[in-house]
Every structure is written in C-alpha cells, then in structure tokens.
Design a protein around this ligand. Structure first.
Ligand code: SAH
Length: 395
C-alpha cells in the first residue's frame, strides 16, 4: 500500500478523526499514485493514522475512508457504508415512497464527496471526490440494490469538482426516465422536481422542515419570498392561508416551475405575484415604493463557500437583511437563512443584529433553523453544518 507521510506534528486533526488531509500537512507521498488510489496516511515517524483516497494534485490531498489498518476498501466496503447511511434514515425517519430525502450526506456519512438524494423512486447522485469517482461503479450498483430505484441519475456538475480535478458528468446511469420531472410530496405539498436541469440534485431538501415551520406563520399574512426557486416556501405559505405571496427569483425557469407547482396543488393562483428579478435590486424598489409585508423570507444562495470569503458574504447578508427589516410592518416576521459554510451561526446572528439596528428596528429571535435531520453533521466534521436560519419578529 502506498503511503502519505505527514510532516512532524501535523497528525493532530487526524487523531481527532477529521477526515481531510490538507496538502500543507503532507511531507511526501511514497510511491507513484494517481487520484483516487487507496493509501495509508502515517505520521512522520511512520505510525498508521488512516486509510484514505489520495488526490496528489488537490488542496485536500487525502480523504479518509476509515481509521483501522485492517479495513479493506472494496465493493463490500461501499455497500456497507451505503446500507448504514440509508438504514439509519429508514429507522429514524421512515420517509414514504412518494417523499424525498437525503440518503447520503458526504463526510458525515463516512463517504467523502458523495451526495445521494431520493426523489420518490428516482435516486440522484453527485460525486465530487476522486476517491468516490474511482469507486463509482461499486457505489451505483450498491445503490441500485439497496434502494430498488426506478432510475439513478447523475448530477456531478458542482463547482467543487474542478478542485478535485474531475470533469462534470451528468445523465442517466440506471433504469429509465421518460421525463426529468419527478413528482414528490413534501409535508403534504406536491412538487415537481427537475432532476436534470434543477439546481444541485434538483431541489433543496435541507430546507424541507423549515418550509413547513415558516409556512405555519403565514395565515392571513402578506408574504414576500425572496430567492424562491421553485416555490418551496411559497407553497407552504399558500397552503397555510397566506393572504398574498410575492415570489422573487432571478431564474425564470424556477419561477415557471413554481407556478406549475401552485396549480398542481390547486392553491389560489390569484394570491400569487411572480417577480423575475435580482433580489438586491428588487428589495430597493419595494423600499422606494413604500411597500410593506408581514412575513419576509430570505433564502439566498451560498455567498461564502469558505471562511476566506466571509467578509464579502457578510456585506451581502447585511444588505438584504437590512432591507428586509425595513420592509416589515410592526409585528412582522423575517425568516432569514445562510447556507454559507464560511459564515458561522454566531457571525450570522451578529450580521442580522447589525442589520436590525441599522434599520432602526427592535427585533426578537422567535425560532432558529438548521438543515433537516437527514443531513446529519458528524461531530468530527463541523464543516458539515452550513445551513442556519433565524425567525425574527419586529416590534
Ligand atoms: N428557498 C428555496 C431555495 C433557494 S436557492 C427553496 O426553498 O427551495 C437560491 C435561489 O436564489 C435560486 O433559485 C437562485 O436562482 C436564486 N438567486 C440567486 N441569486 C439571486 C439574485 N441575486 N436575485 C434573485 N434570485 C437569485
């Protein structure tokens, strides 16, 4: 077995079982390896630390598969890991066949660089590490066996692929899919998901329960749903009796699907306004028009993937939250989210507090949000906790 030998003293994070080895910690690699090969990671004095997938040209030089020297990385290993991840969800959540769920959440399920989402009977995978890419056939075969999916579709087209030296791959891997539109049910709402053309694997499953929790506050209210995508929050708000919902997104396709979703659920279309616009500009326009709302949702895309870009991200969050607070009527609610891994919960709360202060509003936190529990966070991998949100009420 080839070895990745660390610099003296650089084994600390691995001893705490963090699954990444950064290139800066590597003294040398013994033997000629190519991306995805299985290696042993050792300390500078030759002590075994972990068995991992190597990627010699990437910033993350190795991603750990396991901590025991005797573990074999083979087809059975992947079958076992997938069965554990999917079995845990079956035991704890028992999601119905027509619902959607995250089946595998990367590092936190012991499979670095692998995301697997189930949309009813269609499974969508995203492979973003050289290690999982090497074992793609074993992974796909095991998923087919364990889930009995009607189709398995690949959406390995995330930006992070480039960092691993992988090229984008998308398309049908197993089964048949006459149309990329898959219907799912989420907390009683029917939704069309475009697994081929939608964002990520098609839909934002991490917000499932938050959509319901926020929707429950919508009865009789005038709602503004910013960054609405295909209408997840809009639909819950309408289902809970919102008086009106304006949905804003810069993707016309997403808004089109949101409209279809409203019709699919026989919800009142006449209460909907669809705005194809940049949220930053549209919020200013609403302010200038002196418009006001009772419930505003801000669920922007990732502004800061890493802590290095958190300054610029902070300005973005401050901007939209400040405008959000200004557009609320007294007693109004702001449901505000950040999915930036580089912005911690603490920092996000400080940004929101600063925005409220600058808007001249006095606000309380009524509730706090995280990803749905089928997006577990391994305690050794705090990076897995990226989504946070606050429900604020203004006086
Ligand atoms: N709330 C959604 C998920 C939002 S994802 C849900 O529950 O499913 C972020 C959305 O923001 C995407 O739909 C993207 O098209 C949109 N977006 C990104 N930047 C934008 C901008 N500057 N103005 C408006 N929409 C934007």
């Amino acid at each position: 077995m080839h070895k990745v030998i660390l610099k003296p003293g650089r084994e600390k994070s691995l001893l705490r079982r963090h699954p990444w080895v950064f290139s800066g910690a590597v003294a040398r690699i013994d033997g000629k390896v190519s991306a995805g090969d299985t290696v042993h990671v050792t300390s500078s004095d030759g002590r075994f630390l972990a068995i991992a997938a190597v990627n010699p040209d990437a910033n993350i030089s190795a991603r750990v598969w396991d901590w025991h020297e005797a573990t074999q990385i083979n087809t059975a290993f992947f079958h076992g890991r997938l069965e554990a991840a999917i079995g845990m969800r079956r035991t704890l959540f028992a999601r119905k066949p027509d619902e959607a769920e995250r089946l595998v959440h990367g590092e936190s399920d012991g499979l670095p660089g692998l995301i697997v989402d189930r949309y009813a009977d269609v499974v969508v995978i995203q492979i973003s590490s050289a290690g999982c890419n090497r074992w793609r056939e074993a992974i796909i075969e095991a998923l087919q066996q364990i889930t009995s999916a009607r189709a398995i579709y690949e959406r390995s087209d995330a930006d992070v692929l480039e960092l691993e030296g992988l090229t984008a791959r998308t398309g049908l891997l197993r089964g048949e899919l006459a149309t990329p539109m898959v219907e799912i049910r989420e907390n009683g709402i029917r939704l069309q998901v475009d697994v081929a053309g939608g964002h990520k694997t098609g839909f934002y499953l991490d917000q499932r329960d938050n959509r319901l929790r926020v929707g429950r506050f919508a009865a009789g209210r005038n709602v503004l749903n910013c960054f609405s995508y295909t209408g997840g929050f809009t639909l819950q708000a309408l289902a809970h009796g919102a008086a009106a919902v304006a949905s804003v997104d810069s993707s016309g396709d997403a808004l089109g699907l949101a409209r279809e979703n409203v019709r699919l659920n026989s919800l009142p279309e006449e209460r909907c306004e669809w705005v194809d616009a940049d949220v930053f500009q549209h919020l200013r326009k609403l302010r200038d028009q002196n418009r006001h709302f009772d419930l505003i949702i801000l669920d922007p895309p990732k502004f800061a993937p890493t802590a290095a870009s958190s300054d610029r991200a902070a300005r973005g969050y401050k901007d939209i939250n400040l405008l959000g607070f200004k557009l609320l009527r007294p007693g109004g609610l702001l449901a505000t989210f950040s999915c930036s891994g580089g912005v911690s919960s603490d920092l996000f709360r400080k940004i929101v507090a600063g925005a409220a202060l600058d808007a001249g509003t006095d606000a309380q936190v009524i509730d706090q949000f995280h990803s749905t529990p089928d997006h577990p966070v391994a305690l050794v991998f705090p990076e897995g906790e990226y989504l946070k949100g606050l429900l604020c009420r203004v006086n």
